[in-house]
Design a protein around this ligand. Structure first.
Ligand SMILES: C[S@@+](CC[C@H](N)C(=O)[O-])C[C@H]1O[C@@H](n2cnc3c(N)ncnc32)[C@H](O)[C@@H]1O
Length: 200
């Protein structure tokens, strides 16, 4: 068992309104990119889907969606949400460490607050896994904590993001912005859409 298993306790102990990342609506930047038609259609993977708010939005937007999360409780809540909103989503209680998918299965991988929780020594494997499950030309949308939140092992600068991902992906605009989170705290994020590169 790793520290990752602690997540389930958070979902069991607190109501969703008290979880910082849970906005109770889809991430505005996801909705913006969807409206601008920057999100590819087809099969989508929501990595660390949590209680499924963004996952349901992706399905409502016409994508064929799979959501995975390490927390069984989060997955149960997400399944209820999908049932209530009458969308069909494949929810799996799995870890991002060994993605249980075939190569080149997805057109789109959505990551809101997932990568920044990956242990430093597992980052390389995580990035290779996302690259592996994306189809050629597929898109990975990363949203992660920025250095502007103060010093932290998982608070990134623009240059760190470029250094970590540019071997596997062609990075687009790297947007840096404040966000009023579900717990009333303003946090800074980077978001970027990256296109899968063939490995040389
Ligand atoms: C900050 S929350 C973001 C949740 C969701 N993306 C959202 O925006 O509402 C991080 C999520 O990562 C999940 N998580 C943590 N470690 C994981 C792992 N090893 N594999 C899969 N999910 C994990 C947690 O259970 C939690 O739901």
């Amino acid at each position: 068992m790793t520290d990752y298993s602690r997540w389930d306790e958070l979902y069991r102990r607190y109501p969703l309104e008290e979880l910082g990342w849970e906005l109770g609506k889809p991430r505005p930047i996801l909705a913006e990119y969807m409206e601008k038609r920057l999100i590819p259609k087809g099969k989508a993977l929501d990595l660390c889907c949590g209680a499924g708010t963004n996952t349901v939005y992706l399905a409502q937007s016409g994508l064929e969606v799979t959501g995975i999360d390490i927390s069984r409780t989060a997955i149960d809540i997400a399944k209820q949400k999908a049932h209530q909103t009458k969308v069909n989503i494949n929810f799996l209680n799995e870890s991002f460490i060994d993605l249980p998918f075939n190569d080149e299965e997805f057109n789109f991988v959505f990551d809101m607050g997932c990568f920044h929780h990956v242990e430093v020594e597992e980052r390389t494997k995580f990035i290779a896994g996302v690259h592996r499950v994306l189809k050629e030309g597929g898109v990975y949308m990363l949203t992660c904590f920025s250095y502007k939140n103060g010093p932290g092992w998982n608070h990134f600068t623009r240059q760190q993001i470029i250094d970590l991902f540019s071997g596997h992906f062609e990075l687009g605009e790297l947007r840096h912005y404040p966000s009023l989170e579900g717990d009333g705290v303003i946090r800074y994020f980077y978001t970027t859409l990256m296109k899968k590169k063939p490995l040389t």
